[in-house]
Design a protein around this ligand. Structure first.
Ligand SMILES: Cc1cc2nc3c(=O)[nH]c(=O)nc-3n(C[C@H](O)[C@H](O)[C@H](O)COP(=O)(O)OP(=O)(O)OC[C@H]3O[C@@H](n4cnc5c(N)ncnc54)[C@H](O)[C@@H]3O)c2cc1C
Length: 377
């Protein structure tokens, strides 16, 4: 007879872990499946940025801030590294500075605590900031950093120890039918509720439904430096002016169009590869740098050096690092819905699919899972 559980979760990325925690906290007997020996998808390939300021104002921003609170709880209880570092959005052009000034009052209405900094104040917040041509920066206290690989490998262990979560790694679920889950090697389990958190894999479970969902695949190129020499610390997460045209949240500012126009006219190659630049530091000293965004079903399988060169070229304009030596390069793939809203579907009364987190799964997964488990009886 198949082993029985209250809840089964498929996928041990951040979305699966957030759902596993939400289900465990509600007293359920939970089993978590992961096809690989450990999760190695988007959730370990990101910046580790918990980034509420990047979320569209309104419900998505509120959920992100709720998620932020849940991260604090997870870190406190599990002992994972979490840095309440905040963020700086740098303006090295007048139009970028205008966007930041326009953003402050609108964001304040939504409950974000932000501050405009002079160039002198900005360089005091981070030794990495390039002062040449700096108009100023937007300081936000909301952002935090985690070490993604550490978080994704530690949270399942903490859930096992604290709530008796059953983990099944190296197990691909190939069929999910009402209460029954079947693995590719023929083993099976029964669960009263199942949440499928399969990330960018839209072809194994519910492929027809996911094909109709219009989820886009997006490939991002990333790299990280060798550890920076101590005691140098980046401090806050750093974003450049290019980010102001990338995140839809800044579309509330009329000057965003000026930034977009300038980039389109002067640097169309940045639009071609969806490049904006961010930097975040790991506790071990490496600085994670990125990124690019290429969409479609036929993504180039390899890292492309010309994209890396463009990312580095733009980073050199806004930050200075003690070492730019690159230790590792990789890419990650996520799914994103056309409207940017996470995809949550109910293929049957006891099954939910949760994916399409786009570039904000680390930020919002805990909040979105909490919402699901509050409403799902
Ligand atoms: C380069 C990059 C940078 C990013 N930076 C950030 C950031 O700084 N901040 C932020 O908020 N977000 C960021 N994101 C987005 C974030 O990483 C994703 O939204 C999030 O990780 C998606 O989580 P997930 O659990 O849905 O997917 P994944 O992490 O891909 O997890 C899905 C898991 O499901 C498993 N699986 C799939 N099918 C099966 C099956 N049939 N049986 C068993 N297991 C299965 C897979 O093996 C995988 O481990 C970034 C993403 C990328 C790629």
């Amino acid at each position: 007879m198949a082993e029985q559980y209250d809840v089964a979760i498929v996928g041990a990325g951040i979305v699966g872990l957030a759902n596993a925690w939400a289900a465990c906290r509600r007293g359920n007997r939970v089993i978590l499946f992961e096809r690989d020996h450990r999760a190695i998808g988007a959730s370990i390939r990101n910046f580790g940025m918990i980034y509420p300021i990047g979320q569209p104002l309104g419900i998505q921003s509120t959920v992100a801030r709720q998620s932020r609170k849940l991260w604090l709880e997870v870190a406190e209880e599990s002992g994972i590294w979490l840095n309440q570092c905040g963020s700086l959005h740098l303006a090295h052009h007048d139009d970028e500075w205008e966007v930041l000034k326009e953003f402050i009052p609108v964001a304040a209405n939504d409950g974000l605590h932000l501050e405009l900094l002079t160039p002198e104040e900005t360089v005091r917040r981070s030794p990495a900031v390039n002062p040449d041509g700096l108009r100023g920066a937007l300081w936000s206290e909301h952002e935090m950093g985690v070490n993604p690989a550490e978080a994704i490998s530690s949270i399942p262990l903490w859930l096992e120890e604290t709530f008796g979560l059953k983990t099944c790694f190296d197990t691909t679920i190939s069929k999910c039918d009402e209460n029954l889950l079947v693995a590719s090697d023929g083993r099976s389990w029964e669960a009263n509720k199942t949440v499928i958190c399969s990330g960018a894999d839209t072809r194994t479970l519910y492929p027809h439904l996911l094909a109709e969902s219009q989820l886009n695949h997006c490939k991002l190129q990333m790299m990280r430096t060798k550890p920076q020499s101590t005691p140098w610390l980046l401090g806050p997460h750093i974003a450049g002016g290019l980010t102001l045209r990338h995140y839809p949240v800044f579309s509330v500012c009329k000057s965003q169009k000026l930034v977009q126009q300038r980039v389109t006219e002067n640097n169309p190659e940045l639009n071609q590869y969806g490049i904006h630049v961010l930097a975040a530091q790991l506790p071990t000293g490496e600085v994670i740098l990125g990124d690019s965004h290429e969409y479609g079903d036929e993504l180039h399988p390899f890292e492309q050096s010309h994209i890396e060169e463009l990312i580095l070229r733009e980073l050199h304009k806004i930050i200075r690092l003690p070492t730019w030596r690159i230790g590792e390069r990789w890419h990650g793939i996520y799914t994103r819905s056309v409207d940017g809203i996470p995809y949550v579907a109910a293929p049957s009364h006891n099954t939910r699919i949760m994916t399409g987190m786009g570039g904000s799964g680390m930020t919002s997964a805990f909040g979105i899972a909490e919402q699901l488990w509050t409403e799902w009886h």
